[in-house]
Design a protein around this ligand. Structure first.
Ligand SMILES: O=c1ccn([C@@H]2O[C@H](COP(=O)(O)OP(=O)(O)O[C@H]3O[C@H](CO)[C@@H](O)[C@H](O)[C@H]3O)[C@@H](O)[C@H]2O)c(=O)[nH]1
Length: 488
C-alpha cells in the first residue's frame, strides 16, 4: 500500500455524560472538516435519551445532518451492559463498574471490527475520554494511535496525574491529610487542599469512582497524545509541565462551529425555549442558574436557593433538572413557589444553555462550575457566582475566583443559606463588583478569542495535533505492514 493515500479514520468515545459528549461532538466535527473519517460511539442509553429529547423528529443517527453537509462522520451505538430502563443516575456505582468491565468489552469488539474492516479505510486512531480506564489497552491491542481527550482544565489533569506526589507528601490518602498548601506539583503554583477535586478531599478513598481515578490516570500515561479542552494562555505553566511528560496540546475551547447553532443533537433532555421570555427583559438584568447535568444537591439546598432567588428581587432562569435531588425525589420546590415568582422567574427542566447565556438579557450565571459552563460563560462575557458541588468543580472555582477574578463565591461550605444567596446575587448583579468582574471577564474572553483565531495557540496546537496523529498513524500502518517503519 506504499504511496497510496488513505484518509485518517479515528474512533471517538466520550464518557456517557453531557459535559463530555458535547466537547467530543464538536471535536468530531472539527476533525471531520480537516478530512478525517470519524466513527463516533455513544452508549445505546445516551443515544436513546438524546433521541427521546428531540421534539418533532426522530433521529436515529445524530450525525445525519453533518453528513449531508459533506462530513464523513459515522455513528455507532454500543451497550453499556445495562437495559435502557436501568436508572444510571440512581445507581452510579454499578453503572461505573459496568463502564469499566462490560462497556470496554463491547468497545473492544467494535474496534476490532473497524480495524479489520476490508471495505472501509480501517480505523487507525482511538480518541477516548481520559476517564476511561482502558483507552491505551484497547488502542495497543489493535495497534491504534491513542489520543486521550481531557474535558476539564489542565490543572485538574495534572493534579490527578501526580496523585503519587500528593500521596507521598501526605495531602492525599493519609490517616489525617495535611492542610497546608500544596507547592510541589510541577507547573502548579501553591494550591490549597480545599481547592482539590472533591474525590481527593474525601475520607472514603475506596469508592468505585476512586478505582476509576487510580486506573485512568495511570492509563493516560501510556497515551500517545493528550489533548485538553483548555487554552494555553490560561494555563501556560501547567500545560508546559505536562508537555515535558507527554505530548499535550491545549486545543480549546472546543465549541460548536457556529456557537449558538449545532446541527448535531446532543441534549439528554428536551430543551425549553427561553427566548421569548428573555426578549421582554432589559439587557443584563437576568440571572441564569444551572447546576449542569451530573451533580446532585440536597432538598434543603434547593429550598434555600429557591427562597434566596425569590427574595433577591432579580429576574432569573433556573434550570431544575428532574433528577437534581435524586431521580426518586421529584417534589422538592417550595409549595406555591412558581406562583410566587410569577413572570420574574422562569423554571425549566433543561434549555439550550449556549443560546440562553448568549442572550443580551443575561447578566450573571450562578453555576456549579462545570468546565463547559465556565468556558461558555467566558465566551459570552457573563460573570459567575460559584457554587461547586462535586468533582473538578472546586478546582475550577479556584481558577475562576483566584486566578482570573471573573466570579465570586457563593459559600465555603456546601450547605447554603437563603441570606447568602440574596447577598451574592445582589453583589453579582449590581454595583462595583459587577463592573470589576465584567472588565476581567472581557480580558479572559479576549484570550479565548485570540487562541481560536487563525494564528492563535489553540488553532496552532490543533494543527500540530492533527499532523502528529497523521504521522503516528502512518508509522503504525508501516509497522503493521512491514514489521518496521515504512519509508512513506
Ligand atoms: O440546561 C442546560 C444545562 C447545561 N447545558 C449544557 O450542558 C453542558 C454541561 O457541562 P458542564 O457545565 O461542564 O457541567 P456538567 O454537565 O456537570 O459536566 C461534567 O463534565 C464536566 C467536563 O468534564 C465537568 O467539568 C463537570 O464537573 C462534570 O459534572 C454545557 O455544555 C451546557 O451548555 C445545556 O445545554 N442546558
Amino acid at each position: 500500500m506504499a504511496g497510496t493515500y488513505r484518509k485518517p479514520h479515528a474512533i471517538m468515545i466520550p464518557y456517557p455524560y453531557q459535559g463530555h459528549i458535547n466537547p467530543f461532538v464538536h471535536l468530531a466535527i472539527k476533525l471531520a472538516s480537516k478530512g478525517f473519517i470519524i466513527t463516533f460511539v455513544n452508549t445505546q442509553s445516551v443515544h436513546h435519551q438524546i433521541s427521546k429529547a428531540q421534539t418533532g423528529c426522530r433521529r436515529d443517527d445524530i450525525f445525519a445532518k453533518a453528513r449531508q453537509s459533506g462530513l464523513d462522520i459515522r455513528y455507532a451505538t454500543v451497550s453499556d451492559g445495562f437495559p435502557l430502563s436501568f436508572d444510571r443516575s440512581l445507581n452510579e456505582d454499578q453503572f461505573v463498574e459496568g463502564l469499566i468491565h462490560v462497556f470496554s468489552a463491547h468497545i473492544d469488539e467494535l474496534v476490532g471490527n473497524l480495524v479489520n474492516s476490508e471495505t472501509e479505510p480501517p480505523a487507525t486512531c482511538l480518541i477516548s475520554d481520559t476517564f476511561f480506564v482502558w483507552g491505551s489497552v484497547i488502542a495497543r491491542k489493535h495497534n491504534l494511535v491513542h489520543v486521550s481527550f481531557w474535558t476539564e482544565p489542565a490543572l485538574v489533569l495534572t493534579l490527578y496525574y501526580h496523585l503519587d506526589l500528593l500521596r507521598r507528601n501526605g495531602h492525599f490518602a493519609s490517616p489525617v491529610n495535611r492542610r497546608d498548601n500544596i507547592d510541589y506539583i510541577p507547573g502548579v503554583k501553591a494550591i490549597e487542599p480545599g481547592d482539590l477535586m472533591s474525590y481527593l478531599q474525601a475520607t472514603d478513598i475506596w469508592t468505585v469512582v476512586h478505582q476509576v481515578i487510580y486506573q485512568a490516570f495511570d492509563d493516560v500515561k501510556r497515551a500517545d497524545i493528550i489533548i485538553c479542552n483548555t487554552v494555553q494562555e490560561l494555563e501556560l505553566e501547567t500545560i508546559s509541565a505536562l508537555n515535558r511528560k507527554q505530548p499535550t496540546y491545549a486545543i480549546g475551547p472546543v465549541f460548536p462551529a457556529s456557537f449558538t447553532k449545532s446541527n448535531v443533537a446532543t441534549s439528554l433532555w428536551s430543551e425549553s425555549d427561553c427566548t421569548q421570555w428573555l426578549n421582554d427583559k432589559p439587557d443584563g438584568s437576568v440571572l441564569y442558574v444551572s447546576f449542569g447535568s451530573y451533580a446532585h444537591t440536597s432538598k434543603q439546598d434547593i429550598l434555600e436557593m429557591a427562597h434566596g432567588l425569590s427574595s433577591s428581587g432579580v429576574s432569573f432562569i433556573w434550570v431544575v433538572r428532574p433528577d437534581i435531588v435524586s431521580s426518586d425525589e421529584t417534589d422538592f420546590l417550595p409549595v406555591g413557589f412558581e406562583d410566587q415568582i410569577k413572570d420574574r422567574g422562569l423554571i425549566v427542566p433543561w434549555c439550550c444553555q449556549i443560546a440562553v447565556i448568549s442572550h443580551p438579557a443575561i447578566g450573571g450565571f450562578l453555576t456549579h462550575c462545570g468546565w463547559n459552563s465556565i468556558l461558555e460563560s467566558i465566551w459570552c462575557s457573563v460573570p459567575l457566582v460559584c457554587y461547586p458541588l462535586v468533582t473538578d468543580q472546586f478546582t475550577n472555582r479556584k481558577l475562576v475566583i483566584n486566578d482570573w477574578k471573573i466570579g465570586i463565591n457563593l459559600c465555603d461550605k456546601q450547605a447554603i443559606t437563603r441570606d447568602e444567596v440574596v447577598e451574592k446575587i445582589s453583589l453579582l448583579m449590581n454595583g462595583q463588583v459587577l463592573d470589576e468582574l465584567r472588565a476581567a471577564i472581557k480580558e479572559v474572553r479576549k484570550k479565548l478569542e485570540l487562541a481560536l483565531s487563525t494564528n492563535g495557540s489553540s488553532e496552532g496546537n490543533f494543527h500540530q495535533f492533527v499532523e502528529k496523529i497523521k504521522t503516528q498513524m502512518r508509522e503504525k500502518v508501516g509497522i503493521a505492514a512491514n514489521g518496521h517503519l515504512s519509508s512513506r
